[in-house]
Write a protein that binds this ligand. Structure first.
Ligand code: HEM
Ligand code: HEM
Length: 188
């Protein structure tokens, strides 16, 4: 498999970053909702609230690093041609949804980081290293960043649902196997 995209298919790095982000964002959604819904002292799947906050922040920052590599990879290479079975309105929709996905891939971790720093909560990376706080405690910034984090979470969820709708429609209704474009290439 080619490492970078070619004119007719996605390369190894695009696929790797795509599925890494899917896995990490799935964790971020699950942990974000668990930690904000649980009580202090309560355990969920053996972990307390503090543990969920720590892992949510740490994995979220790893996701930010991967999003940077992913954007770099997208700008450095070419994009494969559209799948021939996509209609013109679908192409417009996919284009807009991908813009929203890329935007929220950055807005989510950056707003989360600003919120915890300006809120004075900080980040203990993987429970080991206390990250420096370059912002300091500023309530108004923390308040705004928190609402951006929550609002962008809904935008991200809507964009992912739209993205999945197109992929599943092609998989089960059009039956053109669109999903294979993002899967490891099979030897023929
Ligand atoms: C990388 C992508 C990220 C995603 C998809 C994500 C997603 C979420 C979600 C779905 C929630 C629950 C929102 C709610 O209250 O309804 C949440 C809450 C939270 N996130 Fe993230 N997050 C990400 C990154 C980060 C990062 C990097 C940090 C900090 C370094 C962070 C800090 C927080 C905090 C402190 C809350 C609790 C907010 C509250 O008190 O309501 N998040 N996140
Ligand atoms: C289980 C969930 C998902 C499935 C099955 C899926 C599937 C796919 C497929 C098949 C493509 C290729 C479409 C084509 O050009 O023919 C694609 C592209 C893409 N997907 Fe997903 N996707 C999922 C979740 C996500 C998530 C969570 C994000 C972002 C947060 C995302 C962002 C993108 C982007 C930006 C592209 C365009 C290629 C690129 O620049 O990386 N996807 N996806």
């Amino acid at each position: 498999m080619a490492l970078t995209n070619t004119s007719d298919r996605y390369g190894f790095f695009t696929k790797l970053f795509h599925w890494l982000i899917v896995a990490l964002f799935a964790w971020q959604y699950v942990s974000g909702n668990i930690m904000t819904g649980m009580e202090r002292g309560q355990l969920v799947a053996g972990m307390n609230q503090n543990g969920y906050y720590n892992w949510h922040k740490s994995i979220g920052l790893v996701a930010l690093a991967i999003a940077c590599f992913r954007l770099l990879n997208r700008y450095m290479g070419q994009l494969p041609a559209w799948a021939p079975t996509l209609t013109t309105p679908e192409k417009t929709f996919i284009h807009r949804a991908e813009q929203a996905l890329y935007l929220t891939m950055f807005v989510m971790p950056v707003s989360g980081y600003i919120y915890v720093m300006a809120g004075g909560f900080g980040v203990l990376l993987f429970g080991q290293w206390k990250m420096p706080n370059p912002i300091g405690k500023v309530e108004s910034i923390a308040f705004a960043a928190k609402w951006v984090h929550i609002g962008a979470g809904w935008v991200l969820a809507a964009a992912v649902l739209g993205h999945l709708f197109v992929v599943f429609r092609h998989q089960f209704v059009v039956k053109d196997g669109l999903i294979r474009r993002m899967l490891p290439q099979r030897k023929s």
